[in-house]
Structure formats: C-alpha cells, structure tokens
Design a protein around this ligand. Structure first.
Ligand code: NAI
Length: 271
C-alpha cells in the first residue's frame, strides 16, 4: 500500500543490479510512494545486470558511474540536476564489494591491493559521493542519504572478512559527514544495518545459508526482507524522519539486541 510519502521528491539510487538487489526494491517502493528516480550503477554492472527493465518500469534514466571515479560521480550529479531541473532530496548508497571475499582469501591473509579496492568501493565511495554532492550543491536542504550496512561492522562474523572493516568505516563516514552536511545544509545521513538477505553481494559471503538461518532463529521477528528494508528506506527519505541523522539504524527483526533466543538454545541442546 502506498501513502504518497515521497510525493514531489527526487532521488538517486545506487546499486540496483538485478531483481534481488535491495536497491532495486527500494527504487520500486520510492516510485510507488511518488518519487522520481535516477538510477546508477558501475558500467560493468549495467552490462551484466538487468537494470533497464527496472528503468522502464519506474520511468527512470540510467546514468553510469563507477563510485571509485570522481569524474563519473560529478557527471552523475550534473546530469541528474539537468534531468530534475534542480537538486535531489534523497540518495541511496547500496554498494558493496570485496575481492578478498570473492577470491576466498582468509581475513588473516588478506591481499592489501584487494583490501584497498574493497574499502574504496564499499566505504570511501560514500565520502566521495557526499563530497562531490556538496561541491555541486546537488542535495536539497533537508535531503536524506541512506547507506546500507551489516552488523559485522560492529560484531565479529568471521566469514564476513574485510567487508566487516569496510562496513565499520562506512558507518563512521555516515556519522562524520552527517555532522558537516547537517551544519551546512540540514542534510541527514544514516546507515541501515539490514538482516542477511539473498542477493548477489550477500550470497558471495562464505557460509551464507548458515548466516541466514542462524539470524532467522535469533531474531524475535525473524529476518527482515529486502522489501521491508525498502520500506524502511522510504521512511528515512520521507519528511517523517527529518530529525534523524548520524545514526546506524538496525533493521534486523531484533537480532542485534538478542543475546540468545530459545530457538537457538533448543538447537544447541540437540547436539
Ligand atoms: P547487490 O549485489 O545486488 O548490490 C551490490 C551493488 O554494488 C551492485 O549493484 C554492484 O553493481 C554495485 N557496485 C559494486 N562495485 C561498484 C562500483 N565500483 N561502482 C558502483 N557500484 C558498484 O547486493 P545487495 O545485497 O543488494 O547489496 C546492497 C548493499 O546492502 C551493500 O552495501 C551490502 O553490503 C548491503 N547489505 C547486504 C546484506 C545482504 O545480506 N545481502 C545485508 C546487509 C547489508
């Protein structure tokens, strides 16, 4: 059900690769709530993914941008401003990648070239996007930026590998940039810490099925789906959450504050 929560708002959504992507669902939900969208992803992802299908469905232009490339990001903001006839009201950063994870290199043996690349794509990119947005004055007053993160940025999940460090950094950048952008233009910046979700990025993590079923058993409400995450992002882009900024917001069915659940104890007793 739609409530017109984003009527008249304009936003840029990074990271819709295919129908499973959290960004894909968020774009659909924002559109349903009345927003106008510009979609963007890395050129290679545009070739491999199915973003044009989404673009047609929600009537959004697709502007390629590799988040590690400042010229690409500048071009994205310039073109988005042309398209909308002004700045944007919200941005979703839904981007993550680790070559160490992809190549199954254990955390203690990480290759630092891969680490640098992973941090650049998964964390520093948020800083780059915000820095260029500020320079181009591309986000309207009271705009809202959300980046997606995972609890491994705060607690140890061994197979999450160097993505955990990336998420810790991402959350820190949201907090710090949130201060400066708040003072400058009342722009709010938050991270949403989502339950494990079956997507291309998610499934790359070793033992992902175990992750999902453990989290499902641990969370009083069960795991949050990608569609539910999209709803939460809509609320954060809406005017109903104007004073929320610099937060890491758990969207995980209660997982993060559960020490142990009865379901997990019963599972352990079976052993
Ligand atoms: P996904 O694989 O659908 O999305 C990841 C996106 O990052 C892709 O669209 C990919 O093209 C994009 N990307 C990678 N390198 C890029 C680059 N250089 N420039 C621009 N874009 C680039 O997977 P998902 O799960 O939807 O991931 C979205 C976000 O949600 C990520 O930050 C991820 O870490 C986070 N997240 C995912 C969870 C999960 O279990 N799937 C749980 C918690 C957070």
């Amino acid at each position: 059900m739609a409530y017109n929560l984003l009527k008249g708002k304009k936003g840029i959504i990074f990271g819709a690769l295919d129908e499973n992507s959290i960004a894909w669902k968020t774009a659909q939900h924002c559109y349903a709530e009345g927003a106008e969208i510009v979609l963007t992803n890395a050129p290679i992802a545009l070739r491999m993914g199915t973003i044009n299908k989404l673009a047609e469905e929600i009537n959004a232009p697709v502007i390629p941008a590799d988040v590690t490339n400042a010229d690409d990001i500048t071009n994205l903001f310039v073109k988005a401003k042309e398209h909308f006839g002004g700045g944007v009201d919200f941005i979703l950063h839904s981007i993550g990648m680790s070559i160490n994870v992809r190549k199954n290199i254990p955390y203690t043996e990480n290759n630092y070239d891969f680490t640098h690349k992973g941090l650049d794509i998964s964390a520093i990119s948020l800083h780059r996007v915000l820095q260029i947005a500020m320079k181009e004055d591309a986000i309207n007053e009271w705009g809202s930026v959300v980046a997606l993160t995972y609890i491994a940025g705060q607690r140890v999940f061994p197979s999450y590998n160097d993505m955990a460090d990336g998420k810790a950094m991402l959350e820190s950048i949201a907090r710090n940039f949130g201060y400066f952008y708040g003072v400058e233009k009342k722009v709010r910046i938050n991270t949403v810490s989502q339950s494990p979700t079956r997507t291309t990025a998610g499934s790359g993590v070793k033992g992902f099925d175990g992750f999902i079923s453990y989290a499902e058993k641990m969370s009083p409400l069960g795991n949050a789906s990608a569609d539910q995450c999209a709803d939460y992002c809509v609320s954060l882009f809406s005017d109903l959450t104007k004073m929320v900024t610099m937060q890491n917001l758990f969207h995980d069915g209660g997982f993060s504050f559960t020490g142990v659940s009865q379901a997990v104890i019963e599972q352990m007793e079976k052993e």
